[in-house]
Structures are given as C-alpha cells and as structure tokens.
Design a binder for this molecule. Structure first.
Ligand SMILES: Nc1ncnc2c1ncn2[C@@H]1O[C@H](COP(=O)(O)OP(=O)(O)OP(=O)(O)O)[C@@H](O)[C@H]1O
Ligand SMILES: [Zn+2]
Ligand SMILES: [Zn+2]
Length: 804
C-alpha cells in the first residue's frame, strides 16, 4: 500500500501526531514530503489542510484508512530541514507541531476553510431555501448571514439528508499573473507585413517596428503599452492577426523595483577586519560557532555583517540576516539591497501578504540567496546557509508572544548547527544571557570598542526632574534641554527626542472622588488621544468618548494626568514655534509605508526634530543629529519585571547612540526622577561591561537568569475564580513533581489581571537542574487540554521575556 503520514491542521494535543492516509493512484508519482494536501478528517470527514510528513510506498495498516483528497502544491513547501525543525520546535516551546509549521509558511499559505451548503434533494423544499441556491447545487454558507427562521429550516432539512454541510479548503496562495506578449513573426515576415499596412495605421507600424527590432523578445503587455506607446486595442488586433502570441505569466510583486542605488564595500578598520576574518573563517571551515559581536553604537557592525555575507556568497553559500522589525528602515534596506541587489529577499511586516509570498517563493526557488527580515524570516527556506546574523540580539521582539512561543535565537542556533555555519549575535548592549555565555566560552566574543573614525561616544548629562519640578514647575522640558534644543535649531543641526508613552494623557482622574477611567475589558486605565478625541485602551483597542463628567460621582472636576507624545508635541511646538517637528509612534505609523516616509523626511533634512517612542531608539544613522533628549527615562524602570533595569540601560544606551555619529560631536540629556539608579548612572557612562557585571551580581543574589532558568505557566478564563482555582491545582502538581530546589513564585494574578475580558493567573518557576521539568510540563499541557473547549486556557511559556 502507498501510505502517507500527514500532520493535520487541527491544533490539539490528541492530533499532535501524524495521521496515516492512503495515497490514491493518481497522486502516487506526484506526492512528496513537505507538500500541502487536503485530507478528510474526523467522523464527518470534513476536509482540512495537512502537511505530508512522510511517505511509505510499501506500507501496511490494519483497519480502515481514508484517502488523501487532493494536492495544494506542485513542489514541497517545507524541506526536510524545516520539517525536522518543526518537530523540535513543538517540543521546545510546548506547542503543536502544526502551529509551528504554519508559523514557518507565509500567511497566504494557511488554508481557509469555507463552509458550503449542498443541495442533495430539491423535492419538497421551501422556496426561500431553494432561493439560496439559485441555479447551483452548492453555495458558500456563512451562518450569520441568515435569519433564525431560515437556519431552523436548514437544520431540519439536514436531518432529512436533503441538505448537507461541507467544507471547502481554499488556498490563499495565488501567484500574480500578468499578460505577456511574444512576436510570432520573423523579422522578414514583419518587413513583408510592413509593406502591406496603410501609411496612417500608426499603431500597426509601431508594432511591426517592434517585432523587427525585438523579434525574439518576450515582454509584459504593460511594458509594451508604456515603453513603446502602443495602445492595448492595437495589441489585441495584432494578436488577432497572429502577429503576437499572448499568454499569462507569473510575476513577482517587487516593492523595491528600481528604487535603490548601489553601494560598494567600505574599507574596514582593523577591528572590523579582524571581526570579518574570524567570522568568515568559521564559514570556510563549516563550523557552527556562535559569535557575540559586542560593538558600541556607531562602531560599524552593519558593515561587518555585509562583508561576512559577501564571503559566504563567494563560497556559493546563502546568508540569513535578522533585524528587529523596527530597524528595517529605508537606510537598512538601501545598504543591503544596494550591496547585493536582486539576490536579496526582504521579509517584513511592511509588505503586503502577496509581496511576502512572492519574496518567499524567490527564496524557495533559489532566485534569492540573501534573506533579510524580522523574526519570522528565520524560517526562510534557504539551502546551504553559510552565515546567520541576528542584529540587536537583545531585542525582546525576537521572542514570539503567542504560541508557538519560540525565541529566534534558539531557532537560529538550531539552523546554524544543521548547516554547520556560524551564527553572529550583534549588539551594543547584548542580553545578559548571551554575554554570560561569552564569558563562559560557549560563545566567541568579538568586540568593536570604538566608533568609526574614532569619534568619541556622546557626552550624556542626567537631569534630576525632582529638582526641576521644584524649581521651575516644568515637567516635560528642563531648562537645560530646552536651551540645547534652541541652540541646535540655530545651528541647523537635528534633534531626536524620546518619550516612551504614546497618546496625549496617560489617564483621566476625577479630582472629587479619585475615580480613574478604566477599560471595560482590561485592567488598565484608558489613554486620552487628542487627534481622534477619544479614550483608548492600548491593549484591546477599546475606544470611547472623552468624558465631561465623572462616571462615578458625576463631578465635572476631571483632570488629565501624565503626558504622551501627542501632548508633548503640542507643548514643544509652542516652546519652539518655528521648529519643524515629526512625530513617530504607533499612531503615526499605522499606515503602510508611513514609518519609512517619516524617516526619509527626517533624513532629507525636512524636519528639525524627530519626537517619538522607543521606535526611534534603534539603528537610525543620521549624521546631522547632534542632540538626543530622553524626556522621561523612568517609564521602563517602574515595571514589575526583573529585567526592567536591563531594558532601561539598553534603551538609554541605544538612544544615546543616535547622537554624534559623524563629524559633529553629540550631546545627550536624560531627564529622570531616579537620577541615582545604577541603570541610569551606567547608561550615562555608556559602560556596558560595568553594567553587565553589576547586573549579574543582582541576578545572582535574586536567583534570576542567567543563573536560573525560568518558565511561566498561566491560566486564563472569563471567570476569575476559575482561572485562580486552576492555577492552585497546577501549583499542587508542580510541588509534587519537582524537587525542592525549584523556586515557585505564585500562584498570583498577572500584573494585568484582566485583558480582553479574560482574567489571568500565573506561576513562575525558577530552577537550575530539574530533569523532571519537561515531563512535568508536558503532563500539565496534556492534562488541561480538554479545558480549552470550555474556554479555560493553560499556557506554558519557556524562558519568558514578559513576566507580567
Ligand atoms: N569602515 C568604514 N569606513 C567608513 N565608514 C564606515 C565604516 N564602517 C561603517 N561606517 C559608517 O559608520 C556609520 C555607523 O555604522 P553602523 O550603522 O553600522 O553602526 P552600528 O554599529 O550598527 O551602530 P548602532 O548599534 O548604533 O546601530 C555608518 O554610517 C556606516 O556607513
Ligand atoms: Zn468622581
Ligand atoms: Zn482594553
């Protein structure tokens, strides 16, 4: 028997194993591992998508088998490497293999299921039901489209088998097709025709001229219209005459077409050169070494990446470079595309789904051998990888927040060892975990301690806002920062200002009774937004009108507290009326391409000040920026998370690094209410190594990573008591199964207890050596799976980055 093992698109624990199907004869020679198929599933035999995990041409099976119904692909969409990886990843992240597989593929390849209503027997069926079908026997069927009276009848007819409901699997992965033209005439024939056409048939003459000059050329119809000024109607009549063959051709959507110039490799300085030498030696020798490239801001890490990629390409290998989403700036694209041209595929959220699919196919077909992208680009279907790079390796966005909760760094390591190639982790402020591994010699440490051209790091001044408020009542702009802003405006130098809170005011409080307006769905206060004149929840998107009286006591004494980017922009504009200010935050960058447009404008000198949230802290390389101001350095310090010092240090160091990157010297102001906090003091010195040692001490004393491993288990339910009770139950299991060296924090409500109408309770376990941990977590996952049907979800987050 020809059998295939298929991983089905039913994400439950019971279906987390491949299912066996019969391969029908007509698919025998076509079916390959890693293809998407349609298979019947369950008692009703509804059709779902699956992935072929394995094929056995001499299989035996006792019992009844269903047949594969159809193929969705002509070539495999997952190679054996990615198939193996999906299994490893499912185990590592306590998730379902099918979820991992779907995460690896472009979203358009996740099949959609369309319910259909089928008419089996039209006798004795009411007219209003027959009308649904029109002339067909099958129609798409969405339950909410019909009134209850109609649904009732449908249910009855179903019982009588006159109607049935089926599922159609529809594949969203469609290549874009365009018309292309190819001349059918030889040059001689065209010349011959030319003597026959009338002198005033201008368009036909143009067409024949085209054929005479380009007679073997295939050309997009659109191009023929554009470049040769031939109207579509004339092309059609040439097709009718048999001069042209017209056919449909696949076209890649290329968002960068023709927009990017070229650039040449720069002459490396000694530190950069020795970095490239060490990295490419590993590529040469097929060694899966992990390098930690610790380079201060502006030390030229990108050039090291590009030249190391170049070396891999020279050996006929491919390269994968990951950057945080927000660093995929026009500058970054220009540098990489400008260096390697069309060989580069870009994968990021700024592209439409169609564009992403096309870029993915260029990689899958081997047409692109350099991939640059954000988190999910780690799954790009490259063969023969010679180098993997992760820029800003400390960035939290490398960890996915939903299932599968993978960290890109772990996947990158897996792929590097599969391909026997180096992995380069780069940052000015490496994560403590990575830096500690470098100390131990697990990673190779490479340092770039100086800025390019030996420009010094900018001077950083810390301003105590407690004093400032006392003396001048100023909350947003200290007098020192303001005079520095004025000074730069006069000199026509540029300014970057960071305020880590968007919106206008962070909360609204009644001064009579102290009532704060909260989101009805979440345990979070609503933020005032002036542009839309609404109160918004930043977690679930809930919006409501700005209140004019207190919802609790009816008082009109309502005050807005705290500031966000919108309010600061207003204030700043009134302080420096002639300055041109650009604001960059989630609200101004929602539209496709707006992020790029803002940065382009700033880069072109069309604005003096770039004001934004942490979005502006990373990667920007503008030579004319000489002043950076952090308006409130404390926002990330106050969070109940053991990494808050590390995050604050990183953010301040990164944003400081935007100043003085070229010839002109940079200056940075950090405004804070905690001027003596070590994270702020050390960020002032931009001394990563000292911060690392200090913070390692803190972690050692408090038993946190990198000294301990952590795992977070959480339960959520619309009923708070149920979520809490479940966590206490789980706590009991954990206590029974784990050693007494494991430290358990909780059960406790999560810091945001209520989110999108669900309550969250959690346990955090810190542990060192706990052989029982994996089986124990798997037991919990299996055991509580059934509760998901009732709306109670138990989630496991290994090595969580978010403790709240
Ligand atoms: N060898 C070189 N010669 C001249 N200029 C260079 C050289 N290497 C890099 N540069 C330039 O130095 C500037 C800073 O480099 P780059 O942006 O790569 O720094 P970085 O280390 O990534 O900094 P950050 O961590 O702050 O993003 C860029 O404008 C880059 O073009
Ligand atoms: Zn009130
Ligand atoms: Zn909400």
């Amino acid at each position: 028997m020809n059998l295939a093992k298929v991983i089905v698109d039913v994400p439950t624990m019971q279906t987390n194993e491949p299912y066996t199907y019969l391969v029908p004869d007509e698919l025998n020679d076509k079916l390959q591992k890693g293809m998407r198929v349609i298979v019947p599933f369950g008692n009703g035999g509804r059709k779902i998508q699956g992935i072929v995990w394995d094929i056995d041409n001499n299989g035996t099976f006792d019992g009844e088998l269903k047949e594969i119904s159809g193929l969705l692909d002509l070539d495999p969409v997952l190679n054996t490497e990615l198939l193996d990886m999906s299994k490893w990843m499912a185990e590592k992240t306590y998730s379902f293999q099918i979820s991992c597989i779907l995460t690896m593929l472009p979203s358009v390849m996740r099949a959609k299921y369309q319910k259909q209503l089928v008419l089996n027997d039209s006798s004795e069926i009411d007219d209003d039901i027959l009308a649904i079908f029109g002339d067909d026997n099958v129609v798409d069927f969405d339950v909410d489209e019909y009134p209850a009276s109609v649904l009732k009848k449908i249910i009855q007819y179903r019982k009588e088998n006159k109607l049935s409901v089926e599922y159609k699997v529809s594949d969203g992965a469609k290549a874009k097709k365009i018309y292309a033209i190819k001349p059918n005439l030889t040059t001689e024939q065209a010349k011959e025709e030319l003597t026959k056409v009338r002198k005033n048939s201008k368009n036909l003459i143009k067409i024949l001229d085209f054929i005479i000059n380009h007679n073997d050329k295939e050309i997009a119809q659109r191009k023929l219209v554009h470049d040769f000024d031939i109207p579509e109607a004339a092309i059609k009549s040439a097709v009718d005459k048999g001069w042209f063959a017209r056919f449909l051709q696949e076209e890649y959507r290329n968002p960068y077409q023709g927009k990017i110039g070229t650039n040449k490799p720069l002459k490396l300085n000694d530190d950069q050169q020795s970095a490239v030498d060490r990295i490419s030696a590993a590529t040469n020798r097929n060694q899966d070494t992990v390098f930690l490239l610790e380079g201060v801001t502006g030390s030229g890490k990108t050039e090291v990446y590009l030249q190391s990629i170049q070396k891999a390409l020279e050996l006929g290998k491919t390269a994968l470079m990951l950057v945080p989403e927000i660093s995929l700036t026009p500058q970054m694209v220009k540098r990489v595309k400008g260096r390697f041209g069309n060989r580069v595929a870009m994968l990021h959220s700024g592209l439409s789904n169609g564009e992403k699919y096309d870029e993915w196919r260029r990689v899958n077909n081997g047409e692109a051998d350099v991939v640059v992208g954000a988190r999910s680009a780690i799954f790009a279907p490259l063969d023969n990888i010679g180098i993997i790079i992760m820029d800003e390796e400390h960035e939290a966005s490398y960890k996915q927040d939903d299932s599968p909760r993978y960290h890109t760094r772990d996947v990158a390591k897996w792929r590097a060892s599969f391909h026997n190639c180096p992995l380069v982790l780069g940052s000015a402020t490496p994560s403590l975990e990575s830096r500690a591994r470098a100390t131990k010699g697990v990673y190779q440490l490479i340092k770039l301690p100086h800025r390019i051209n030996n420009q010094s790091l900018p001077e950083v001044r810390v301003i105590d806002m407690k004093e400032e408020v006392k003396n001048s009542g100023q909350e947003d702009f200290s007098s020192e920062l303001l005079s520095a802003i004025n000074n730069r405006l006069q000199k026509h130098e540029q300014i970057v200002l960071m305020l880590n809170r968007r919106g206008y005011s962070s909360f609204v409080m009644c001064r009579s009774c102290g009532f704060v307006l909260h989101c009805p769905n979440c345990d979070i206060s609503l933020t005032l937004h002036m542009d839309s004149r609404t109160m918004k929840c930043h977690y679930c998107g809930h919006e409501e009108p700005i209140p004019n009286k207190c919802k609790n006591c009816g008082s009109k004494k309502i005050r807005y507290y705290g500031t966000g980017t919108q309010k600061v922009q207003e204030k700043l504009q009134s302080l420096v009326p002639n300055a041109r200010i650009l604001r960059m935050d989630v609200d101004t960058t929602r539209r496709k391409g707006s992020h790029e447009r803002i940065l382009q404008k700033f880069g072109n000198g069309e604005a003096d000040i770039l004001l934004g949230t942490q979005m502006i802290a990373k990667g920007l390389d503008f030579p004319n920026v000489t002043l950076v101001g952090v308006l409130n350095a404390d926002t990330s310090l106050d969070l109940p998370d053991f990494r808050s010092s590390e995050r604050t240090f990183n953010l301040l160091t990164q944003v400081s690094g935007r100043a003085g990157r070229a010839e002109k010297k940079g200056l940075v102001y950090i405004q804070t209410f905690n001027p003596d906090h070590y994270a702020i003091r050390l960020a002032q010195r931009q001394d990563y190594e000292l911060f690392y040692r200090k913070e390692m001490n803190v972690r050692h004393q408090t038993n946190y990573p990198p000294y301990y491993f952590t795992v977070k288990i959480s339960a959520s339910d619309v009923n708070e008591a149920k979520a809490a009770a479940k966590m206490y139950e789980i706590a009991k299991i954990l206590k029974a199964k784990l050693s007494d060296q494991a430290i358990m924090l909780g059960p406790s409500p999560s810091s945001i207890l209520k989110l999108k109408n669900k309550y969250y309770y959690q346990i955090i376990i810190k542990y060192k050596n706990e052989p029982n941990m994996k089986p124990c977590l798997e037991y919990i996952l299996n055991h509580y799976q059934k509760d998901a049907q009732k709306g109670l979800y138990v989630n496991i987050d290994p090595d969580p980055l978010n403790f709240m």
